[in-house]
Design a protein around this ligand. Structure first.
Ligand code: SF4
Ligand code: SF4
Length: 187
């Protein structure tokens, strides 16, 4: 019987890229953390997260908000002296959390991502009025009002459609993405 994959192997397997070095090549230099514009909002720095993945500290990695706070700017990936795709590892960690339902309930990111994916699978297009409820209620009253006002103005000017758009040949589209992501009930 094949050996069970370790957590670090599972995360590595979820990194779809053909480029970049293995996560095990990390030398813990801290360049990724030093260059990250979002590090102050993270529970664990990118350097620590990569170290924790390599140490198979699965629960600690999944309990950290780090990958959900990552802005996907790729600064870390570009600057890593070991040529590790750290941003790709952040995506892989998010995929693992989503597919295994291991994310913390107080995070906005997983709900937003799930709603986004469902919207895309159903219609082939993103639609902001469906996405907005996943994060807008976390705003203060003033920001909430400004968001609603801005969205209403854009809708009146035709920048946001009143009804959700839907692409032609949606079944073909779904058949295509079925090969990439688990579709669950969305088929
Ligand atoms: S920049 Fe690369 S080698 Fe340095 S700590 Fe980050 S992942 Fe590891
Ligand atoms: S890709 Fe994410 S982790 Fe890397 S520097 Fe940008 S925000 Fe930080």
């Amino acid at each position: 019987m094949a050996d069970k994959l370790t957590f670090s192997q599972e995360i590595s397997n979820l990194m779809y890229e053909g480029h970049g070095s293995p996560l095990k090549n990390c030398i813990q230099c801290g360049t990724c953390s030093g260059t990250c514009p979002a590090v102050e909002f993270m529970d664990q720095t990118p350097r620590r997260l990569i170290g924790m993945i390599n140490a198979d500290l699965k629960d600690d990695v999944l309990n950290a908000n780090t990958s959900w706070v990552c802005a996907s700017c790729y600064h870390c990936t570009v600057r890593c002296p070991a040529k590790i795709d750290i941003a790709g590892a952040m995506y892989a960690t998010k995929r693992y959390s989503m597919w295994n339902k291991t994310y913390s309930d107080d995070l906005v990111g997983p709900v937003f991502s799930e709603t986004f994916m469902k919207t895309i699978v159903r219609s082939g297009r993103s639609y902001e009025p469906i996405l907005a409820p996943t994060y807008i209620f976390g705003f203060g009253a003033k920001e909430f009002y400004q968001e609603v006002l801005g969205a209403t103005k854009m809708m009146l000017k035709g920048r946001i459609p009143v009804l959700p758009p839907r692409i032609k040949r949606i079944k073909n589209f779904r058949n295509m993405i079925r090969h990439i992501i688990p579709m669950g009930d969305e088929e």
